[in-house]
Design a protein around this ligand. Structure first.
Ligand SMILES: Nc1ncnc2c1ncn2[C@@H]1O[C@H](COP(=O)(O)OP(=O)(O)OP(=O)(O)O)[C@@H](O)[C@H]1O
Length: 777
């Protein structure tokens, strides 16, 4: 058992402005210090009546410039190593909204180097699995989102979720031993890094798709990505099962800090109820005298029960922002971390005997004992007694019972099968005799010896026996049909799972499959154009694969895409991906060349050795010490080529991981683009109102776009909210006057509002903007 307090680290989010509100001291012997200096006259909207300096101790503080790889090496690698040894591990990020929790746990959405702890952890684990040949590992993954105290399965393979409520709801069940079970949370086996990354991508995409402005998933919900690792030594029945939770908590900002009347820097209530309950648990755990820990109050604390004061090695990353206006939240975060640091966990090595493996081992032991026995007795024995043996045993028992001599014995020899059989035979006989005794009543005096039944009673007895047997038969029939039913259900479940798994690999991950890249395909130089150009293709809306867009909508999508805020990143990543493909192709060619060269040299070496052997046979014996310089030279070259092959192949593998990651980033950008477009399109459609009657020709609501024609299309442009993903053009349009807008007109045919009409509106607006140019700030 390892007793350890929860390890706490702090990470400072990079800020554009220089700030003097904090300093980091990493030179301390017992960890690092993070200090906030809050001057009394801090003028950013609040007044500080209290202390000026707040110091917090952490295991380590990572300042603004620290890279993702260093965070992984310092925080996550030790946790990964203990998980590989069989201990449970948890890493959770805690901090206010926008302080970098998701960036730290999952990573940034733009660059490969921004990969967070989860993808790096998966890489690390799978690399270890492939290198450790002494153990067999299996891995399962689950991804849970908790929003408003309801759990959702983010790995729902149906992939149709457009709202959070569409995802399967996960519920908590507790068994009599108080173990928590999550009902409806799917567990997916993943046999390599690529599969695991695809699952992460699927979860993150589902999370993004289900996000609405009301439910800003990343800010208001908690996400728990869990890797279940099972390792077994092939020679033993012991298995090690460990769980690794990687947790991205909701934003920790609080309410009630008004900044007036000395409220600043006092503890306020969390916006998020689960975080409030998390704090209650942390408080109870840090006060050592408390016996009741209120884990059950919330779903998150129930799920993370082991991680908080239980069987787990837990690490917390406090993410802080050092912008002046965020200092009070950052101080709250650090205070919370200090309390967390008091919690002591007791991690156990999760070893257990695998019943299936124990059965196999016992069967093997029985077999070897049987062999030993037959060697000692010289008699080969099967598992069952033969018919002849049974017959002769029955005879023996009969003789034994008929013999009036009380000294007589039943000589069966040292065969337990025979002994057992005779005992059960005797039992049956005695029970039959009792049965007869009961039926006849005791007044008939002593019962006749077994086997000498009263002839008159025989038919009655037989019919009773027959009835009993019939009842037994019906009972067995029922049991069989229940078993068959259960079997059928299990079969159907297995089929369902197979279909779900097939969906994962073919359905929703289909776009990735088309992007999939094998090291061999790299060398052939095919596939890359499709993979890169996929984003340029017209959209098939997420979750509605194959839905063709109308021509109007397609063109509108093009306009939208051009102006989307992610377009530059997408283009950059596409260019980078192209470049990486070219590099991979070059590496692939080098690998091929090196492999051919190795094969060639091997042949040369073999030939040389054969020639020398033949030379020896032909008469001139070769001295043992005689050095063959030609052979030596070939061997040297071979070694060099092998080395170069290995190095290049290593580079190619690294590049492959990067390419796959870039593809996933692009795929996610594509989904986001489509989602934003869909929202935008719906917003545009709602904005256009077609008057029902032809005489309502002109509506002069200001500011509004009045488009002339018969009938007239009136468009309100009063409110273009500054929403993420909404085009700059739309923002610009907001600033245009109604007079300028009314210069543009769109004639309509009939009074239908079609995609083409909306497109015409969008086009007109764009032309107008191009003419007018963006408004000056
Ligand atoms: N260390 C960092 N380096 C570079 N960019 C960062 C870093 N930390 C955060 N960011 C950027 O800051 C923004 C907000 O970060 P992030 O989404 O991770 O915050 P969060 O704490 O998860 O917020 P929320 O609670 O809303 O989920 C993102 O654009 C992210 O890329």
């Amino acid at each position: 058992m390892v007793k350890q307090t929860i390890q706490i680290f702090a990470r400072v989010k990079p800020t554009k402005t220089t700030t003097s509100v904090y300093c980091v001291d990493n030179e301390q012997a017992t960890g690092s210090l993070l200090e906030f200096m809050v001057p009394r006259d801090l003028a950013d909207g609040f007044v500080n009546n209290k202390k000026e300096s707040y110091k917090f101790r952490f295991q380590q503080v990572f300042d603004q410039t620290v890279k993702q790889e260093d965070i992984f090496a310092a925080i996550a690698k030790p946790v990964a190593d203990s998980v590989l040894l069989g201990y449970n591990g948890t890493i959770f990020a805690y901090g206010q909204t926008g302080s970098g929790k998701t960036f730290t746990i999952t990573g940034g959405a733009e660059r490969y180097s921004d990969r967070g702890i989860i993808p790096r952890m998966l890489s690390y684990l799978y690399q270890h699995f492939s290198q450790d040949s002494s153990m067999v590992y299996t891995t399962h993954i689950s991804y849970l989102e908790i929003y408003n105290e309801v759990g959702y399965d983010l790995l729902d393979p149906q992939h149709e979720a457009s709202r959070l409520e569409d995802l399967p709801k996960v519920t908590i069940m507790e068994d009599p031993d108080q173990n928590i079970h999550l009902k409806n949370l799917s567990l997916h086996q993943s046999s390599n890094e690529e599969e695991a990354l695809n699952l992460l991508f699927l979860g993150d995409t589902n999370r993004m798709i289900a996000e609405t402005p009301m439910n800003q998933a990343s800010t208001r919900s908690h996400c728990i990505f869990t890797v279940h690792v099972c390792g077994r030594d092939p020679g033993s029945a012991i298995v090690r099962r460990s769980k690794l939770h990687l947790v991205d908590l909701a934003g920790s900002e609080r309410v009630g800090k008004t900044g007036v009347g000395g409220q600043l820097l006092t503890e306020a209530k969390y916006i998020n109820l689960s975080l409030h309950y998390l704090e209650q648990v942390i408080l109870a755990l840090s006060e050592k005298k408390r016996t009741h820990i209120p884990y059950r109050n919330s779903m998150m604390t129930s799920v993370l029960r082991d991680s908080l004061g239980g069987n787990c090695m837990t690490t917390m990353i406090a993410t802080v922002s050092v912008d002046r206006r965020n200092v009070d939240e950052s101080i709250s975060t650090c205070r919370f971390a200090q309390r967390v640091a008091l919690i002591r966990n007791e991690a156990l090595l999760n070893e257990e005997l695998d019943p299936a493996l124990v059965i196999v081992r016992l069967k093997r032991e029985i077999q070897s004992l049987k062999e030993e026995l037959s060697m000692v007795t010289g008699v080969q024995r099967g598992d069952q007694l033969s018919q002849e043996e049974i017959h002769s045993l029955e005879e023996l028992v009969k003789v034994f019972l008929d013999d009036a001599d009380p000294e007589v014995t039943l000589a069966l020899g040292p065969d337990m099968r025979k002994i057992h059989y005779c005992f059960s035979l005797l039992k049956v006989m005695i029970r039959e005799k009792l049965f007869i005794g009961e039926r006849l009543g005791d007044h008939r005096g002593p019962s006749p010896p077994v086997g000498v039944l009263d002839q008159q009673d025989s038919p009655q007895l037989l019919s009773a026996e027959l009835k009993k047997l019939r009842e037994m038969l019906t009972q067995r029939d029922n049991e069989i049909s229940i078993l068959v039913c259960m079997l059928k259900k299990e079969k159907m479940k297995a089929q369902d799972i197979a279909v779900q798994l097939a969906n994962i690999s073919s359905g929703h991950l289909a776009p990735q499959r088309s992007l999939k890249l094998s090291t061999s395909s790299l060398t052939e130089g095919t596939g890359e154009v499709n993979a890169v150009d996929d984003l340029g293709a017209l959209p098939s809306l997420y979750g509605k694969k194959g839905t063709a867009l109308s021509l109007g909508k397609q063109e509108a999508f093009e306009i939208f895409r051009r102006d989307h805020k992610n377009q530059i990143t997408i283009e950059d990543n596409k260019a980078l991906l192209k470049q990486r493909f070219a590099e991979a192709k070059a590496y692939g060619e080098q690998v091929n060349k090196a492999r051919n060269r190795v094969n060639e040299l091997k042949k040369q070496l073999e030939l040389r050795r054969m020639q020398r052997a033949a030379y020896g046979v032909a008469g001139r014996p070769i001295e043992k010490e005689e050095v063959d310089h030609v052979e030596e030279n070939i061997c040297r070259q071979l070694e060099e080529e092998k080395k170069s092959y290995k190095t290049t192949f290593g580079c190619l593998k690294t590049l492959k991981t990067e390419i796959e990651h870039l593809q996933l980033l692009l795929e996610r950008s594509k989904v986001k683009l489509q989602r934003d477009f869909q929202d935008w399109w719906e917003q545009e459609t709602a904005r256009i109102q077609v008057p029902k009657s032809k005489d309502r020709v002109r509506q002069s609501r200001s500011p509004s776009l009045v488009l002339t024609g018969e009938p007239v299309l009136t468009v309100n442009v009063q409110d273009f909210p500054a929403r993420e993903g909404l085009t700059q053009s739309a923002q610009n349009l907001k600033a245009l006057t109604s007079t300028e807008l009314s210069k543009s007109s769109i004639p309509l045919t009939g009074d239908q509002q079609t995609d083409t009409d909306i497109l015409a509106f969008i086009r007109a607006r764009h032309n107008l903007l191009n003419r007018t140019g963006p408004p000056q700030p």
